[in-house]
Design a protein. Structure first.
Length: 431
């Protein structure tokens, strides 16, 4: 192109630079509007999923109108952000198209003037226009892809927020033991959820012997569930160390450790499938005899035997066809199927009806047999039979001993127990 006309080439380059400068200028605002669109879409979808998940609560409280209005507001914000993005993309595209047409007019005008002045032949002008067209077409197509590129780049950044998070800490030579006996030792363990947060567990030292049952009691926020998560190595202690069978759990294989620890929560998730599939979930190769054995211990066999399909009965989404007590018993059987050396009940009976809780309490000795059992409860009736009861407050051990010993001391545990007895005589959940 410079061989035909330096002047026309410089004009052409100036227009190309103008188009490039245009997109460099609008890129920050374009990314901001893209980010706003992504956030509005995420907010709208999140609220929709949350509403559908809690549809029973929405209907019970007659919230359909307000929920619909709020979702429409979110949707309106998303449409508005999409419109603003489309408007900006259209305007930038129109400006670049205007620059292209203006460049064509200017080049033709200057080219004709040079032909008139005999500085350029008609053939050279036509050749210059052909070369310019061959370059301009791909360049403008590339420029028009800039918006899509920015959108893809932003999507990759959002995915990177998840993929770039550090994975769980694992040692290269993680230790697995032949078997888990269940000896647990806390040595001056401290833990906080954030660097500037108060200690959830504060200088905890505790020895738990294999095969014993330990009850953890205290008000909400006293650190009971945090201790359970530290044992499972879902969290790592900020200070101090936790040993299981004499081995620091930091050096243990976390997958193996959790397989050897059975956990029953207050709200347990059942997957769509049969009763048998949910019980054998952590151990798919379990024989039917083993499933029935743990089901009898957990009180599952009694009600499953009355179902038309027995253990092949579908439980529905999240166990929707079962009662709360039935789901809880299935969760206990699921925790027992791996024959864990340590069993953790984290508020496992707090939301049960009286009959379901009574049935589990009747089977508690069979459930605890041969394993270390950690029972976290607000209902103190659930821990009366434990070998050791530990009372916690603000992450610290206030008292420890058997039920009889702690009642005789008339201290913190005695106060909690009497408070519950005064509530309804059977032990209301503390708030």
């Amino acid at each position: 192109m410079f061989l035909y006309s330096v002047k026309l080439s410089l004009v052409f380059i100036c227009f190309v630079l103008l188009v490039g400068l245009l997109y460099v200028t609008v890129t920050p605002e374009l990314r901001r509007r893209l980010q706003a669109k992504f956030q509005m879409a995420a907010q709208s979808n999140s609220y929709l999923v949350e509403t559908v998940t809690g549809i029973q609560t929405v209907k019970c409280l007659a919230l359909e109108g307000s929920v619909q209005k709020k979702w429409e507001d979110y949707l309106s914000d998303y449409v508005t952000s999409s419109f603003k993005l489309s408007t900006m993309s259209s305007i930038s595209g129109a400006i670049s198209g205007t620059f292209q047409r203006l460049m064509t007019i200017v080049v033709l005008y200057l080219g004709v003037m040079q032909v008139i002045e005999n500085k350029l032949t008609i053939g050279q002008l036509i050749a210059f226009q052909m070369f310019a067209g061959q370059f301009t077409g791909p360049f403008l197509r590339l420029v028009n892809l800039w918006n899509e590129f920015q959108q893809a780049l932003l999507a990759v950044d959002r995915i990177g927020d998840i993929l770039n998070n550090p994975t769980e800490v694992r040692t290269e030579k993680a230790i697995t033991l032949p078997d888990l006996k269940g000896a647990i030792r806390f040595e001056n363990v401290c833990f906080k959820y954030a660097p500037d947060a108060p200690y959830a567990v504060d200088r905890l030292s505790l020895d738990i012997h294999p095969g014993t049952s330990i009850g953890l009691v205290g008000r909400s926020g006293s650190g009971k569930s945090t201790i359970a998560k530290l044992i499972e190595r879902l969290y790592l202690a900020t200070e101090g160390a936790i040993f299981i069978d004499g081995v620091d759990i930091r050096h243990m294989n976390p997958t193996w450790l959790r397989y050897k620890i059975g956990v029953v929560l207050q709200e347990n998730y059942l997957f769509s499938g049969t009763v048998r599939e949910n019980i054998s979930l952590p151990r798919p190769d379990a024989a039917m005899e083993q499933i029935i054995e743990v089901s009898k211990i957990a009180g599952v066999h009694e009600f499953v035997s009355q179902l038309p399909e027995g253990y092949d009965t579908l439980v529905g989404e999240r166990g929707s066809t079962l009662s709360g007590g039935q789901k809880q018993r299935i969760a206990i059987a699921r925790a027992l199927i791996t024959n864990p050396g340590i069993l953790i009940f984290d508020e496992a009976t707090s939301s049960l009806d009286y009959e379901s809780e009574k049935l589990i309490q009747q089977n508690i000795n069979a459930i605890k047999a041969g394993r270390t059992t950690l029972i976290i409860a607000h209902r103190l009736s659930a821990v009366r039979s434990c070998d050791l009861i530990v009372a916690l407050d603000k992450g610290k051990i206030i008292e420890r001993g058997t039920h009889e010993e702690l009642m005789a001391r008339e201290g913190y545990y005695h106060y909690l127990y009497n408070q519950q007895e005064a509530g309804n005589g059977r032990g209301e959940r503390l708030t």
